[in-house]
Design a protein around this ligand. Structure first.
Ligand code: NAI
Length: 299
């Protein structure tokens, strides 16, 4: 089996000072990538900052014979995003791979969620994905090559108690993936989204110990490594990974029912009568972009 090799490639991993991001950074570096290890080094709720988280992972990579540079910027501002990408360009000359992974939590039930809890979670996960991806995309477009992985969550894809802010951020980033795939196609830039499950600081008190034991971050990293490899051309896909289980999720559209026209609009009662056909997911299909849906208007 030919080894997947990243010699000559430059990767940015955000939130790489711990948990999943650290594992991705170590694995990519061990396969020859030069890695920018970005981490704000703060607390789990997004407060405070520090340099030791990123520095430690850079040291680990260097001790194992790899190449890495630290970045302590927050992903949550445009200035921070540009600085993270500039660190890659200044240290290693380009950016080939971006793994948007930085994350925090402010879990509360919906009615208890404050504006501040919403703003900070949206800023790190959703705006942060934009802030780093836009300057990285500019460099990738110039080089006609890029591999991007964004980090969503099953909480966003399927919902979870106490995580409305987080769930909104984690599904909002799907829109970025769908759209930059269309814009990136002619530059060989792919973008996929991962919903991981792993034992980490974020999950240490939300899952039982016996489940966490089965969820080492090393059981997620192989999918990320493959997704950001040159040989993987698949793009615009959502993956679940955790505990050795790997699968794809997708937004599908049912075949529905076509009836009525502008001169003879249908009524709410006719919608009611056709409810089973409209809500059925039998023969549901995946559409690679919004314009492809228009095919359903041809009777
Ligand atoms: P973690 O807390 O171990 O790692 C996240 C890292 O991001 C931390 O080192 C933190 O300092 C850094 N970070 C936080 N805010 C930052 C900012 N503004 N700028 C730069 N770095 C920042 O957590 P874990 O579990 O490894 O999470 C990684 C990603 O995976 C997150 O996006 C998380 O939401 C997502 N995720 C994790 C799941 C799990 O089961 N562990 C489940 C679903 C999603």
């Amino acid at each position: 089996m030919a080894k997947i090799d990243f010699s000559g490639r430059v990767a940015i991993v955000t939130g790489a000072g711990a948990g999943l991001g650290r594992t991705y950074a170590l694995e990519l570096a061990s396969r020859g990538a030069k890695v920018v290890v970005n981490d704000l080094g703060g607390a789990r709720d997004g407060t405070s900052s520090g340099t030791s988280a990123a520095d430690q992972v850079v040291e680990e990579i260097k001790a194992a014979g790899g190449e890495a540079a630290p970045s302590y910027d927050s992903v949550a501002t445009m200035e921070g995003g540009k600085s993270i990408v500039q660190t890659a360009v200044d240290s290693f000359g380009k950016v080939d791979i971006l793994v948007n992974n930085a994350g925090i939590l402010r879990d509360k039930s919906f009615l208890k969620t404050t504006e501040e809890d919403w703003d900070i979670v949206i800023a790190v996960h959703l705006k942060g994905t934009f802030c780093v991806t836009q300057p990285a995309f500019a460099v990738m477009k110039e080089n006609k090559y890029g591999r991007i992985v964004n980090t969503s969550s099953a909480s966003g894809l399927y919902g979870n108690f106490g995580q409305t802010n987080y769930a909104m951020a984690k599904t909002g980033m799907l829109g970025l993936m769908h759209s930059i795939n269309v814009e990136g196609a002619k530059y060989n830039i792919t973008c996929n989204t991962l919903a991981p499950m792993a034992a980490s600081r974020l999950t240490e008190d939300v899952m039982p110990a016996e489940i966490l034991e089965r969820l080492s971050p090393e059981l997620v990293a192989p999918l990320v490594v493959y997704l950001v490899s040159e040989e993987n051309q698949d793009t615009n896909m959502i993956f679940n990974a955790g505990g050795g289980w790997f699968s794809r999720s997708a937004l599908l559209c049912g075949s529905g029912r076509l009836f009525g026209d502008s001169k003879n609009p249908i009524s709410a009662e006719e919608i009611r009568e056709s409810w089973d056909a409209i809500t059925s997911l039998k023969d549901a299909k995946y559409y690679p972009n919004a314009n492809d849906l228009f095919v359903n208007l041809e009777g």
